[in-house]
Design a protein around this ligand. Structure first.
Ligand code: KIV
Ligand code: ZN
Length: 425
C-alpha cells in the first residue's frame, strides 16, 4: 500500500529537485571598473582569496589587455586561487583573447570571456561595423578562444537593446563554434523583469543546440532592477548569474551577490535553486571590499548595509526583542553578522530602554522606567546619538550608585569597537 508523502518527505524531495545556480563573481572586473573601486595586485589577491572562502563558482579576475597591472593581477589570482574557475575578459579580437589566455592559462580551471556588442547603436556609433561583420567577428573570435581554452563564455554586449532576431543569430554563431556559456548582458540596466524573462525564453526556444551551453545573466542596476531582472531570468532557465559584492560596478553597479544569494535562500519556497555560497562569509566579504576600495555600501543597502539589521523605532524594537522574526526575514548570523543592533533614539520605546538598562545592570521598577523614559524622550529630541553615559545621567543618583559600568561596557564603546572591526562601515 502506498502512503501519501508527508511534509518532511516533500521537503526532502524538494531539496533534491533544487537546481544549482552558478555564481559568477565579477567584483574584480566589472566592479573594479567603477570610479573609485580600482585595486592593486595585492588587494585583488586578498579579495580573490575571500571570494574563494565565500564559495563563488567563477571569479572574473580582470581585463588583462587593459593594463600590464591588470594582466599581472589576473595571472596572480589564476596561479594562487585554485578552487573556483578563473575568468579573464577580452574584446572579440585575436590580441585581446591571446592576452586573456596568457593571464589565465595556469589556472586550475581557466575561462576566456569574450564580448562583442550587438545593438545597432553600438555597431553604428562605437564599433562602426555592419551586422554581417558582427556575425563574422563573433564566429571567428569564439572559435579562436575555443582553440586555446575549452571553457569559453560569449557576451553580446547591450543584448537587451539589440534586435532580438539578430541577437539570436549572433548567439547561434557562438554556440556553433563551441561557446560553453552564453551571457546576456543588460549592459545599460534598461530592461524590466517581464521583458528580460521573455528574452531568455526566446533564446532558449530559438538557438539550436542551446542545451550545450549555460545561459548566464549580467544585469546593471541603472533602474534598480538588476536583482529582480536576474531572478526573473532564472525562472526562464538562466543558470549562471553574474554579480558583485556590495553591488559595485559600472555606473549604478551590477546585481548584488548578497541580494541574489539571500533571495534564493530566504524565498526557497518560490525559488527552488541553490548556490554554493557560504552565506556566513557575506558580511566578511562586504567588509573586506569596503576596506580595500575605501568606501562601504550605503547604510540602507539590503543584507550588508549598516542598518540592514538595526532597529530604532519603538514598535519594531518591541517586536524584535520579543521575537526577531517580527521584523527580520533572515538572521544576522546567517550572513555573518554578530547580532542585530537595537539603536536608542527618539523613535525608541520603553521596551528597548528597559532592555538596555537591564544590560547595563539596572532592573528598573515601572515608575523608575516611566520617569527615565520621559527624560530620555526629551533628550532624544535634542540629541541624535544617545550613549550609555546619557542613559545613566537620566537615573536618580541613588539608583546610579548601586552599579557602576566600565567604559568598555558602554554602547559607545561597543559601537566604537564594532565600527573599528567593520572598517569604514
Ligand atoms: O555590462 C556588460 O555588457 C559587460 C560585458 C563585458 C559582459 O560587462
Ligand atoms: Zn557589465
Amino acid at each position: 500500500m502506498r502512503y501519501p508523502a508527508g511534509p518532511a518527505t516533500l521537503r526532502r524531495l524538494g531539496a533534491r529537485l533544487r537546481e544549482t545556480i552558478t555564481i559568477f563573481d565579477t567584483t574584480l572586473r566589472d566592479g573594479e571598473q567603477a570610479p573609485g573601486c580600482s585595486m592593486y595586485l595585492e588587494e585583488k589577491l586578498r579579495m580573490a582569496r575571500q571570494l574563494d572562502r565565500l564559495g563563488v563558482d567563477v571569479i572574473e579576475a580582470g581585463f588583462p589587455v587593459a593594463s600590464d597591472g591588470d594582466f599581472e593581477a589576473v595571472r596572480a589570482v589564476a596561479r594562487e586561487v585554485r578552487r573556483p574557475k578563473i575568468a579573464a575578459l577580452a574584446r572579440a579580437g585575436r590580441d585581446d583573447i591571446t592576452r586573456a589566455w596568457e593571464a589565465v592559462e595556469h589556472a586550475a580551471r581557466p575561462r576566456i570571456h569574450t564580448f562583442l556588442a550587438t545593438s545597432d547603436i553600438h555597431l553604428q556609433y562605437k564599433l562602426k561595423i555592419t551586422r554581417a561583420q558582427c556575425l563574422e567577428q563573433t564566429a571567428s573570435s569564439v572559435a579562436y578562444a575555443k582553440s586555446l581554452c575549452d571553457d569559453v563564455e560569449f557576451s553580446p554586449e547591450d543584448a537587451t537593446r539589440s534586435d532580438p532576431e539578430f541577437l539570436i543569430d549572433v548567439l547561434q554563431q557562438a554556440v556553433d563554434v563551441g561557446a560553453t556559456t552564453l551571457n546576456i548582458p543588460d549592459t545599460v540596466g534598461y530592461t524590466i523583469p517581464s521583458e528580460y524573462a521573455q528574452l531568455i525564453r526566446a533564446i532558449r526556444e530559438h538557438v539550436h543546440g542551446i542545451e550545450r551551453a549555460v545561459i548566464s545573466v549580467h544585469c546593471h542596476n541603472d533602474l534598480g532592477l538588476a536583482v529582480a531582472n536576474s531572478l526573473a531570468a532564472i525562472g526562464e532557465g538562466a543558470r549562471q548569474v553574474e554579480c558583485t559584492v556590495n553591488g559595485i560596478g559600472e555606473r549604478a553597479g551590477n546585481a548584488a551577490l548578497e541580494e541574489i544569494v539571500m533571495a534564493l535562500r530566504v524565498r526557497a519556497d518560490r525559488l527552488p535553486y541553490e548556490t554554493g555560497v557560504v552565506t556566513q562569509e557575506i558580511v566578511p566579504s562586504s567588509r573586506l571590499l569596503s576596506e580595500l576600495i575605501g568606501f562601504s555600501a550605503q547604510p540602507n543597502k539590503a543584507v550588508v548595509g549598516a542598518n540592514a539589521f538595526a532597529h530604532e523605532a519603538g514598535i519594531h524594537q518591541h517586536g524584535v526583542l520579543s521575537n526577531p522574526l517580527c521584523y527580520e526575514i533572515m538572521t544576522p548570523e546567517s550572513v555573518g553578522l554578530e547580532a542585530n543592533r537595537i539603536v536608542l533614539g527618539k523613535h525608541s520605546g520603553r521596551h528597548a530602554l528597559a532592555r538596555r538598562y537591564a544590560e547595563l545592570g539596572y532592573e528598573l521598577t515601572r515608575e523608575q522606567l516611566n520617569s527615565a523614559y520621559r527624560r530620555f524622550s526629551t533628550l532624544a529630541d535634542r540629541k541624535k546619538n544617545i550613549y550609555d553615559l546619557d542613559l545613566l545621567s537620566l537615573l536618580p543618583t541613588e539608583l546610579r550608585r548601586k552599579r557602576r559600568i566600565s567604559p568598555t561596557d558602554s554602547t559607545e564603546g561597543r559601537l566604537r569597537t564594532s565600527r573599528a572591526a567593520a572598517g569604514a562601515r
